[in-house]
Design a protein around this ligand. Structure first.
Ligand code: ARG
Length: 431
């Protein structure tokens, strides 16, 4: 049976079934149940502080809300959305007292509050997962600070570097992602509760009461903006998109390095899959799925941007789609990072093959040119002389280990620089 909409007083006939099927959002917002209960509990505190509810009434409501917090199954398929569902359940259980709870609020500030509470929690999980990968890369970099590997440009062998330096390079990109994720958190951390439909209320509710209760660091500056703003979701989607884009680059290299052709890494057995048909296969599905997950985040970012574009102030029903765009993104981002951290911790680096490849004398041609520069030869001339001997198939008599050791300036590939990077990365990834 369809519950009466909260607005049935105005439109008692109810919705056409096609309209109902299209508008009702329970399938997309029931996950907000505990957050909306918390938002409602905080609103009850605000109503009590304003004298709209007595202390006894507020205590009764608080008790009931606590009792149903872990019971999202109380929603009914006939509820228009999770907000209406909670009000219906309270009213069924407490009669008139339940019917008092919506004073001074609208589903507009209500949904924005629940979403921000949910987003803060999810963003923290993403942060922890990204930091976890930075930690894993730092640990592996420390262990491989002296291992030589060819560095590539254009996917062609370029110059020798250390494996630790390569691992740190990926880690630094993830450190910048932490900043973006933190910015998304910071933007989510403002309470919209008390904004009402768009213009607050006449009931004298102090928005700070609910904000403090919910652990928000501040309250809205403008009630119209408070119900229209979804920037925190855009920021979260952007943070996840960039982080996953970076993750896809690491994943791509792992896929490549695990091929027989490269043979630079061996995947941990518990992070690889077999083939249902070909008995010999060991596939890098974890890295591939991490690489592919980027599409989910970029899709959500693009989708939400399109929804927001040209949207008039204040609340419009278009905003309901925010949940469909964002819901999956934060969870899959955290999941992809957790899986890639485990993979990077367990992966075997085939250092003999890497060092063998790094020993390719061609990789030291730039060093040879720089030797001539030290002797006063103009660089262009030195470049041309070494290029000629490369064309003639002559080998350069230098060694990769000392080449890398000489690149000891901060930020370079030398083992000492890698160790310094590792220390800095660990500080950045601290919670
Ligand atoms: N289900 C709606 C959403 O998620 C809740 C807000 C509805 N507000 C309204 N004025 N119709 O956006």
């Amino acid at each position: 049976m369809k519950a009466k909409p909260t607005w049935a007083g105005r439109l008692p006939g109810g919705l056409a079934s096609e309209a109902w099927n299209f508008l009702h959002s329970l399938p997309h917002d029931r996950f907000l149940w505990p957050y909306d209960i918390d938002g409602t509990s905080a609103h009850v505190k605000g109503l009590a502080a304003a004298g709209v509810l007595t202390k006894t009434e507020a205590a009764k409501l608080a008790r009931e809300l606590k009792a149903i917090r872990d019971k999202p199954e109380l929603v009914d398929e006939g509820d228009e959305d999770v907000h209406s569902a909670i009000e219906r359940v309270l009213t069924e259980r407490l009669g008139d007292l339940g019917a008092k709870v919506h004073a001074g609020r609208s589903r507009n500030d209500q949904v924005a509050t629940a979403l921000r509470l949910w987003a803060r929690e999810q963003i923290s999980l993403v942060r922890a997962a990204v930091a976890g990968l930075v930690g894993a890369l730092a640990d592996r970099a420390e262990e491989t600070a002296t291992v030589l590997v060819p560095g590539y440009t254009h996917m062609q062998r370029a110059q020798p570097v250390t494996l630790g330096h390569w691992l740190c390079a990926h880690a630094w990109a993830f450190v910048r992602d932490l900043d973006r994720v933190d910015a998304a958190y910071e933007n989510a951390d403002s309470s919209p509760l008390g904004a009402g439909a768009l213009a607050t209320s006449t009931l004298g509710i102090d928005p700070k009461v609910a904000a403090t209760e919910l652990g928000f660091s501040r309250v809205f500056d403008n009630s119209i903006d408070a119900v229209s703003d979804r920037d925190f979701l855009l920021d979260a989607a952007y943070g996840c998109s960039t982080a996953l884009t970076h993750l896809s680059r690491l994943a791509e290299e792992i896929v490549l390095w695990s091929t027989t052709e490269f043979g630079f890494v061996r995947l941990p057995d518990d992070y690889a899959t077999g083939s249902s048909m070909m008995p010999q296969k060991k596939n890098p599905d974890v890295a591939e799925l991490a690489r592919g997950t980027t599409g989910i985040a970029v899709g959500a970012l693009t989708g939400l941007l399109v929804t927001m574009k040209s949207l008039p102030l204040a609340y419009d029903r278009d905003l309901q789609t925010d949940k469909q765009h964002l819901r999956e993104v934060l969870a899959v981002t955290a999941g992809a990072f957790a899986a890639m951290s485990g993979l990077m911790r367990g992966i075997t680096f085939v250092t003999e093959r890497m060092e063998d490849a790094a020993g390719d004398a061609g990789l030291l041609a730039t060093d040879a040119a720089e030797d001539l520069v030290r002797k006063g030869v103009p660089f262009r001339e030195a470049h041309s002389r070494i290029a000629t001997s490369v064309r003639e198939g002559k080998t350069v008599d230098l060694n990769a280990k000392s080449s890398v050791a000489q690149r000891s300036a901060s930020g370079g590939p030398s083992p000492a620089s890698v160790r310094a990077q590792v220390r800095k990365l660990r500080r950045k990834a601290a919670p």
